[in-house]
Design a protein around this ligand. Structure first.
Ligand code: AHR
Length: 683
């Protein structure tokens, strides 16, 4: 294991000189950790914003292995409708709605025509989400529907490599003229060497020659996180859970809004049997199964022990993304049905299972207890830091948000559910009626923007208004165009330099957590074979995952969470750049955390003085430039699918020979969390 720790040596310094305005090596900073607590840190400070983007849901967190499993949101008869399906040995495939589908919600089915002259097995294959992981020891649970007007013999389903090696196989028979569901399990005899595997469905050529068979609603699940039915992919779920998020904002983001009003995310079409979920064309260019629906998200938030923030569709859709004037807005006089829909959604989530219609419906789906929902967000799209498009957007957007949409939804929700808090998504400078008490706004920008805005919240009014940085990320090295393309500086993956800048910014969020109640890096996930947005916090393919430098920053900040901010002297300010820090204290464990980002290109030494007794060793967890690599000292580096562990946190412990001080070297472009065990600081 690499170690970047420079063991402390003793420095005898009696006076603490002022911090220099630009810190310079070697002995740059004298920092006192006081025993004074500033304020409590809200439990919701670190979490995620979630939407299906980059196949983060379908093909990502949602463990379903078959892509386009039920031909949802496709146009029958087109080649696109056959996405991820391919014929095997000469079968003719098409997607049709000319015969009844397996349910009213799923009108499309796969029509398979077998030629009159066939030799051997014939059928079709699903290529998964750009491959399928085959793992010895796993039990895969599968199902499909089939019907045919004539007898077709047995159907054999298998997991096999694209070169024909079979890892698991099962046969079923008994297809009739009506839709019938077939279920099966696979237990692969060995693991596949790679993801180049398919789910195969074949018929006996002789028995099926000249016949037509319809198939619908396939499904194949590997083991899932905590064994949940219709659950999450284990490695991805564990990675998210590993940062111990305490907030889960869903279901978007743009993907809530829809390309048109009718194409919006409709909560009531994401609940119930999978056969009753029609799916939709998502905002990010691919069909959504909605297998990850409202209840799955709420259950997942419970699994994470994260507070849900339910995004409510609030009367706006996204047409041409970059031309805001094209975005459909519901006029004031037509808004009531959408407000009613939001109220029904909330009732479904928290209504009493015996006395409310929504609660009864929820109970009929297996969940009697109301969910613990406190926060509702009136979804919108406020990118604070994108100056290039912000002005244009802002001329358009508040016209309806501030004029009537915010008020209409907030008043209606407040009247029926006074205990719920509504979060606005607009710019803090926008006047709303009723005034917002919580507000979410978003920041995508360059490393220099994030470091220079690390103190953004220092001067925000302490008047009871609380802020949620509901989406943020270093997206580009280009200060003028943060969401441009890769040649213009857009990041393909999070970089160490970007992660250090995010960490600098997060020290400001934590230090100001008396007014910042929540934050979320975004977006979360990226399937490396099909994505719409970079960078993302976790990248993956069918069987590998990459935790980015930004992921590790989230993990380090969220897992090492104090209950109270601890005052330091000096406080981190712009004058002490490129070191940025925040200290906190946990009143159950009596642990002190010192989180430090060094965004500079030189190692910097801090002489750290303690106003409280400590016991034992100090520990430090750090990400920094890979010292043993030929690219050491270059900071625009990333973990990638090819090199997933180039930069990983390194944990070390160090002796503290003097009871009240030690020194520590923060490596160039690094993020470090130091933990110290003290005794009760008297909260
Ligand atoms: O996180 C990606 C997108 O950025 C979100 O969908 C949207 O809210 C924002 O524009």
């Amino acid at each position: 294991m690499r170690s970047f720790l420079k063991l402390s040596s003793v420095l005898v310094i009696c006076l603490l000189p002022d911090v220099k305005s630009a810190l310079a090596p070697p002995n740059a900073l004298n920092l006192r950790l006081t025993a004074d607590l500033s304020h409590a840190i809200p439990s919701t400070l670190y979490g995620y914003m979630w939407e299906d983007i980059n196949h983060s849901g379908d093909g990502g967190l949602y463990a379903e292995l078959l892509q386009n499993r039920a031909f949802q949101a496709v146009i029958p008869g087109t080649q696109n409708a056959l996405n991820s399906w391919q014929p095997y040995n000469g079968a003719f495939l098409s997607v049709t709605s000319k015969t009844d589908g397996v349910s009213a919600a799923l009108p499309n089915s796969l029509e398979v025509r077998i030629p009159k002259v066939v030799t051997g097995p014939i059928g079709f294959e699903n290529t998964g989400f750009w491959g399928i992981k085959v793992q010895e020891g796993w039990t895969y649970k599968g199902s499909f529907y089939a019907k045919s007007s004539t007898s077709i013999g047995k159907i054999t389903v298998s997991l096999k490599s694209t070169r024909g090696a079979v890892f698991a196989s099962k046969s079923v028979e008994g297809v009739t003229t009506d839709w019938k569901k077939f279920t099966f399990e696979f237990r692969p005899s060995k693991s596949a060497p790679n993801d180049e595997n398919v789910f195969s469905v074949v018929l006996d050529g002789k028995a099926a020659a000249g016949k037509t068979i319809h198939f619908g609603m396939f499904s194949l699940f590997p083991p899932t996180f905590r064994g949940r039915e219709n659950g999450m992919r284990i490695d991805l779920a564990e990675a998210l859970a590993g940062t111990r998020p305490s907030l889960w904002r869903f279901p978007g983001g743009n993907n809530l809004e829809g390309h048109s009003i009718d194409a919006r995310w409709k909560w009531n079409e994401t609940v119930g049997r999978l056969e009753d979920r029609p799916g939709r064309v998502g905002d990010w260019g691919y069909s959504n199964t909605d297998g990850l629906g409202l209840l799955e998200y709420l259950n997942w938030a419970e699994d994470l022990e994260a507070e849900p923030i339910l995004g409510i569709w609030a009367g706006i859709s996204i047409a041409n993304y970059s031309d805001f004037a094209t975005w459909p807005v519901v006029p004031e006089q037509d808004l009531q049905p959408y407000i009613d829909d939001a109220l029904e959604e909330i009732e479904f989530v928290i209504g009493d299972a015996k006395t409310t219609k929504g609660g009864k419906w929820r109970a009929s789906l297996g969940r009697t207890e109301p969910y613990n929902l406190r926060l509702i967000e009136m979804c919108e799209f406020p990118q604070f830091s994108l100056r290039h498009d912000f002005d244009q957007r802002w001329k358009f957007q508040p016209a309806s948000y501030a004029a009537y949409r915010w008020k209409a939804f907030v008043d209606a929700i407040g009247a029926k559910y006074p205990h719920l808090e509504c979060i606005a998504t607009t710019l803090p400078s926008t006047a709303l009626d009723p005034p917002y008490k919580k507000i979410d706004f978003h920041m995508y920008n360059s490393p220099s923007w994030f470091t220079s805005n690390a103190f953004l919240f220092d001067d925000y009014p302490r008047n009871g208004t609380l802020y949620f940085v509901g989406e943020y990320a270093v997206t580009s090295t280009n200060d003028k165009n943060a969401l441009g393309d890769i040649p213009s500086g857009r990041l393909a993956y999070p970089t160490l330099q970007g992660a250090a800048a995010e960490a600098a910014f997060i020290t400001g969020l934590e230090r100001n957590s008396d007014v910042v109640f929540a934050s979320a890096y975004a977006p979360s996930f990226q399937h490396i074979r099909n994505y719409q947005w970079t960078p993302d916090i976790i990248t993956y393919d069918a069987s590998h995952i990459v935790k980015s430098t930004s992921y590790y920053v989230q993990e380090m900040f969220s897992v090492n969470r104090g209950t109270h901010v601890l005052k330091t002297s000096p406080t981190s300010t712009a004058d002490s750049a490129p070191l940025f820090w925040v200290a906190s204290y946990h009143n159950d464990t009596n642990v002190v955390f010192l989180k430090v980002s060094n965004t500079g290109t030189s190692d910097l030494v801090a002489n750290i003085f303690l106003d409280f007794p400590i016991t034992g060793f100090g520990t430090a967890t750090s990400i920094s430039s890979p010292s043993l690599s030929p690219i050491s000292g270059i900071f625009n580096v990333s973990n990638t699918i090819e090199e997933p562990e180039l930069i990983i946190p390194v944990a070390s412990s160090f002796a503290i020979p003097h009871p009240d001080r030690f020194n520590y070297t923060f490596p160039a472009t690094s993020v470090t969390v130091i933990t110290l065990q003290t005794s009760n600081l008297g909260v």
